[in-house]
Write a protein that binds this ligand. Structure first.
Ligand code: AMP
Length: 421
């Protein structure tokens, strides 16, 4: 594969404290108030170079601290800039991520005069249009909605100095690359560009070759799916018994905040209903849910009102919830990169987390390929005979859920008797 021209900086960072980074006192104050003491590796490697104005390619997972790695240099650069013009643009694949980055911006920049604005689809354009006129210096946007505004002449990028492409590989997956290119071609050529991506497929390498100049490469392997903080396991189960196994898992110790991935919107909705019927409070987010619903669901998950959040891949991009104890693949992802993205939601900021996959017979080959992609061996437990197939056509009310005393205990191989369907 053709890597972009770059200089590498893979040395172990010697910076151990935020105070050692070349940042303004008011930014250090914001950082301290967020409780950050030590920069994460990507922050230690990115911030000094980015503050010097270098282009950056950050090959880093979500959860590595990449958001502050690009926001702090932006804020530092703009410390003396007057309000009223747009100096920086961050492009993100989803509205959730845009809102999250805007949220970080508010916190990190709370002792500066700089203002951020999230611009995303699914909500009215008028308010955004008004605020785009002089209401913010840093825009965090999803490509489609931003292009709408640009086409209507509602946004002036003539003063733009910094561009960030966040989760570039996700933008590619979601088909946004043509929009991203259109936007990039309309921005001032002289600017600093930072690109962050968990994986580096050829299209992203081409994009960086086209739009970045002598980028400084920061490659963070340590936050891969094989990170020490994540324990991976898998259960081989009949497709028709996945919900039973899931419920049993949810009854175990430590399952306080669990993100469950389903393959489709329909399956996510159905699963949330099944959990509800079993008195497990679950919120659901996917692409068909309104923005208000998504915000409410995420909020409920964040504050613990729902212990379980059922999500599809696209809706889950950029979810940043502290302390997710476990990510469960109710349906398996099709490829290794999606697996990495999903499990990257747990064990964030160097904490511990679990990743559990429910693998049906039909998914077993895909799962083997994911394992090969990750280069790790994942412990599997065979529950095929412990949970014999049910008849999918039987109405849920006619099914018997495993006896309540079994909840909270580990799933065992012991064949379960007495199920009636
Ligand atoms: P990100 O990869 O930017 O989505 O960040 C993942 C999580 O790590 C967020 O919850 C951040 O608040 C947290 N975080 C980022 N930087 C630090 C740091 N230096 N120290 C502790 N937590 C951090």
């Amino acid at each position: 594969m053709n890597e972009p021209k770059q200089t590498q900086a893979q040395e172990t960072p010697t910076i151990e404290l935020f105070d050692e980074l070349p940042l303004h006192d008011s930014l250090r104050k914001g950082v301290r108030e967020m409780g950050y003491v030590q920069p994460t590796p990507i922050q230690a490697r990115t911030i000094p170079e980015a503050v010097r104005g270098r282009d950056i390619i950050g090959s880093a997972q979500t959860g590595s601290g990449k958001t502050a790695a690009f926001l702090l240099p932006i804020l530092e650069r703009l410390m003396q800039h007057p309000r009223g013009r747009i100096y920086a643009l961050v492009l993100t694949p989803t509205r959730e991520l845009a809102l999250q980055v805007e949220g970080f911006l508010k916190l990190l920049g709370r002792h500066t005069h700089l203002r951020g604005l999230a611009v995303y689809g699914g909500v009215g354009m008028e308010d955004q249009r008004r605020r785009l006129h002089g209401g913010a210096e840093i825009i965090v946007a999803t490509p489609g909605r931003l292009l709408d505004h640009m086409r209507r002449g509602a946004v002036d990028f003539r003063s733009l100095e910094v561009l960030v492409l966040d989760e570039a590989d996700r933008m590619l997956d979601m088909g946004f690359l043509p929009d991203v290119r259109t936007i990039l071609h309309q921005l001032p050529k002289t600017r600093q560009t930072m690109l962050f991506s968990a994986t580096m497929p050829p299209e992203i390498i081409r994009l960086s070759q086209e739009f970045l100049t002598h980028p400084h490469l920061v490659r963070m392997q340590e936050r891969s799916a094989t990170a020490a903080g994540i324990t991976h396991s898998a259960y081989l189960v009949e497709a028709s018994r996945k919900t039973d196994v899931l419920c049993e898992l949810l009854g175990r110790e430590g399952m306080d905040s669990v993100l469950v991935f389903a393959r489709t919107k329909h399956r996510a909705d159905r699963l949330a209903r099944q959990l509800e019927m079993r008195k497990i409070k679950a919120a659901v987010i996917h692409g068909d849910k309104s923005q208000a619903h998504r915000v409410r669901a995420l909020e409920g998950f964040r504050n613990g009102r729902h212990r379980v959040l059922v999500a599809t891949d696209i809706a889950a991009r950029g979810i940043d919830v502290e302390g997710i104890s476990c990510v469960i693949n109710y349906d398996n992802p099709n490829d290794g990169d999606t697996y990495i993205h999903r499990v990257g939601r747990t064990a964030r900021a160097q904490r511990q987390g679990m990743a559990i996959s429910l693998v049906s017979r039909e998914e077993a080959d895909d799962f083997d390929r994911i394992e090969q992609h990750l280069g790790i061996k994942i412990t599997r437990e065979d529950l095929l005979s412990a949970y014999p197939p049910s008849f999918p056509s039987s109405p849920p009310s006619a099914r018997r859920y495993p006896p309540s005393q079994s909840r909270g205990r580990p799933v065992s191989h012991r064949p379960r008797q007495g199920y009636r369907f």
